[in-house]
Design a protein around this ligand. Structure first.
Ligand code: 2RA
Length: 339
């Protein structure tokens, strides 16, 4: 007997990727329902190679009888409808920031803290971490287990798809306007991302960090280890899909590049591409549509004790959001829900 699954935010970047991933991985669903805002009602979204789903109005939808909800409609919408779905008996895997730091909601990356899943029984909600956090903790976990990480310094190079379809459309239209040198179109740029980089993702906080940088700190502590100190600089770059991160760690135990490389090669969810030569490393254009967190440029940091630096790239819509949520759903049906 299969499950009744609803995808909330089905017309957005992540919602569409959730539907693709559910189909790709042959999730045991008897029925999949696509939900979005009223103005998307009646639109069609793909589910697998040959199925098309009609989009239904989230506000009018009755969640009674739904087993699992994958939700990525934006924090404000989730705040209303994820508890409503849980109250109707569904288990909600929520991809927005709204529930991540709720002490009664587990924040889960299956390769890192699967034991936290049991916490879903408190509110019926499991939170999916921020995309830039997910790829980082998948890489940090095996190194932390062996060398005990104490401090992380990370700079991110985040693709515009993290800002939704609007972010992708903006990069495309700005790039075209610059190529054809269209002064009218160029005058409409609020912030130029084409041929530029912007050290600002989400809102600024009083201490000068952005909320994106704060998320990488507090979410890593909740998922991996509260003792790990994290300082992040999160940057938007003119790339459509794929977040990249330059990660530097300081450990308690001595660490070598070769030891780290061997451990990472065996780590779940990780693929090491690390040849010190042309194209011996991963780039965002290589990862779109792929599942792994890719790691390259592994090298010791001689400026501190027990230091290591490496490069980490992953598809922010897939492992950074949709795949992680579907993997949580797979764990749910495997370990927690009745057959
Ligand atoms: C971004 N991580 O990349 C944020 C939200 N997806 O914009």
């Amino acid at each position: 007997m299969g499950y009744k699954v609803a995808v909330v935010g089905a017309t957005g970047n992540v919602g569409r990727e959730m539907l693709t991933t559910l189909a790709d991985r042959k999730f045991p669903a008897d029925e999949v329902i696509a939900l979005a805002s009223e103005n998307s009602t009646g639109k069609e979204v793909s589910y697998g190679e040959d199925e098309v789903l009609k989009v239904h109005d989230l506000a009018k939808f009755d969640f009674n009888g739904v087993d699992i909800v994958l939700s990525s409609p934006g924090a404000k919408v989730s705040a209303v409808h994820s508890p409503r779905a849980a109250a109707a008996g569904a288990i909600v895997i929520d991809n927005t920031s709204h529930f991540r730091m709720d002490p009664d909601v587990p924040l889960v990356v299956p390769e890192v803290n699967p034991e936290a899943m049991i916490g879903y029984r408190k509110k019926g909600i499991i939170a999916n971490p921020n995309c830039s956090t997910i790829q980082m903790v998948v890489a940090l976990k095996p190194l932390h287990d062996r060398f005990t990480i104490r401090r992380v310094v990370v700079s991110t190079y985040q693709s515009v798809s993290g800002a939704g379809k609007e972010g992708m459309d903006e990069l495309f239209s700005q790039t075209r306007a610059i190529f054809v040198n269209d002064p009218v179109q160029k005058s409409t740029f609020t912030k130029q991302i084409a041929f530029n980089v912007i050290p600002h993702i989400d809102q600024f906080m009083d201490d000068g960090y952005t909320k994106e940088e704060w998320k990488m700190n507090v979410e890593t502590k909740k998922i991996l280890d509260p003792r790990i100190k994290v300082t992040a600089t999160c940057v938007r770059v003119p790339v459509f899909i794929g977040h990249s991160e330059a990660i530097n760690i300081e450990c308690e135990e001595p660490i070598t590049a070769e030891e780290a490389r061997q451990i990472l090669r065996k780590a779940p969810g990780v693929q090491v591409i690390d040849q010190r030569d042309n194209e011996g490393y991963i780039t965002p254009v290589d990862v779109a549509g792929d599942d792994p967190v890719f790691i390259s440029r592994i090298r010791e940091d001689y400026t501190v004790d027990n230091g290591l630096s490496f490069w980490c790239v992953s598809d922010n819509l897939r492992k950074g959001a949709a795949l992680n949520a579907v993997q949580i759903a797979e764990l749910l049906v495997k370990d927690y829900l009745p057959e």
